[in-house]
Design a protein around this ligand. Structure first.
Ligand SMILES: NC(=O)c1ccc[n+]([C@@H]2O[C@H](COP(=O)([O-])OP(=O)(O)OC[C@H]3O[C@@H](n4cnc5c(N)ncnc54)[C@H](O)[C@@H]3O)[C@@H](O)[C@H]2O)c1
Length: 347
């Protein structure tokens, strides 16, 4: 069995070391506490501030609504008021929202100061804090403004997950399934065998899921940091997912789960994936208590697809499966997807 440990990304802005199983309490080992500013949200603060190092703390409101340029502006202001200079080390302690904002603020304040993350949600441990994409939403478009800049380190502390609400655990598990499907059939089988322990956040199982996810994502980012090729595979399930998240009012994890089922179904229709494999995907998601189908308004989903950043004219880059653990990226016309949506949503 693979053990928790360290994974490295060699990015264009430097090396990022992701430490699975490391503790928030050891943060001072990796960054100078005397020059440290922590950015976090009020939920994370409420549960975990007792383990923060003695340094300045900037609290933002929790949730996606905070992922704006206004929040970044308020962070710049607080940094200035606190006399933050080029020697300042900024640490984001939180989920994907805190990490995305922290990475962006740190990469742009004074044209860039050093930064790292302590990931506090399953989703950010397996996905959001890894890979160097940092940014905010703008005018209804997700992650529209941002930079690619690697955090010096990411601490994935399993203890932080103990206070996580169930729906946030599900969001993280959906991304683990995605990683298995695009890059690791063994991880998929492991999830099938350990779905109950995975949902209960059993410690060794969780560490394995986080470690393997980080390994899969890091390998892809090491090959293609700027998303010119392989990195697009990480969008598996997300093209439909984002469209449904925006239109069906469901959580990101739920939308990605149903989005993966739809993408697998298109893969079956195109003759790429066996029906039995698509059924295994649906069965695993159901066992993890993730939705495999959502009530959708096809018109609204198509409109949302047209707003997708990955769209080029009337075509969109779409991730399909050729096998469990083997994804390919193909351009499909929005018309073709539109034609399929009704059939897919009835599967
Ligand atoms: N940069 C990337 O590559 C990348 C990849 C995937 C997702 N993302 C981004 O990540 C964001 C979603 O991340 P998320 O799901 O972590 O959301 P989040 O940061 O909003 O966290 C979810 C909720 O959990 C709370 N929370 C966080 N840690 C907690 C803990 N330990 N105990 C109790 N509550 C806790 C938060 O306050 C929030 O209410 C999205 O904005 C998405 O765009 C980025």
């Amino acid at each position: 069995m693979k053990m928790a440990g360290m994974v490295k990304i060699q990015g264009s802005t430097g090396i990022s070391t992701i430490m699975v199983g490391e503790r928030l309490g050891n943060l001072g080992t990796y960054a100078p506490v005397e020059n440290m500013v922590v950015i976090t949200d009020t939920n994370v603060s409420r549960y975990h501030a007792g383990d923060f190092p003695p340094c300045k703390v900037i609290n933002i409101d929790p949730g996606e609504k905070s992922k704006t340029l206004d929040t970044v502006r308020s962070i710049y202001k607080r940094l200035l008021e606190n006399g933050a200079d080029r020697s300042t080390f900024i640490v984001g302690i939180g989920g994907g929202v805190v990490c995305d904002i922290t990475g962006f603020a740190a990469s742009t304040y004074l044209r860039g100061v050093r930064f790292g993350f302590v990931s506090s949600t399953l989703l950010s441990q397996v996905d959001a804090s890894v890979g160097g994409k940092n940014g905010v939403n703008f005018m209804g478009y997700k992650n529209m403004v941002g930079v690619i800049s690697q955090p010096e380190f990411v601490i994935c502390d399993p203890n932080l997950l103990k206070t996580l609400p169930q729906k946030e655990i599900l969001c993280g598990l959906a991304e683990v399934v995605k990683h298995a499907l695009i890059g690791d059939p063994e991880l998929f089988s492991y999830l099938e065998d350990n779905h109950k322990k995975a949902a209960d956040l059993d410690r060794p199982v969780t560490e394995r899921l986080v470690h393997d996810s980080v390994l899969i994502k890091s390998a892809i980012v090491n090959r293609d940091e700027r998303e010119n090729g392989d990195r697009r595979k990480l969008n598996f399930g997300h093209t439909f997912g984002h469209a449904m998240e925006n239109t069906a009012g469901v959580s990101h994890g739920e939308a990605v789960s149903a989005g993966m089922v739809m993408a697998a179904e298109i893969s079956v229709q195109k003759g790429y994936l066996g029906r039995d494999k698509a059924e295994r995907i649906g069965a695993l998601l159901r066992r993890l208590k993730l939705p495999v189908r959502l009530e959708i308004d096809p018109g609204k989903v198509t409109d949302a697809l047209k707003k997708d950043k990955k769209r080029q004219g009337d075509r969109i880059r779409f991730v399909l499966l050729k096998a469990l653990g083997h994804a390919v990226v193909e351009e499909i016309s929005i018309r073709e997807i539109e034609d399929n949506i009704q059939a897919i949503s009835e599967v």
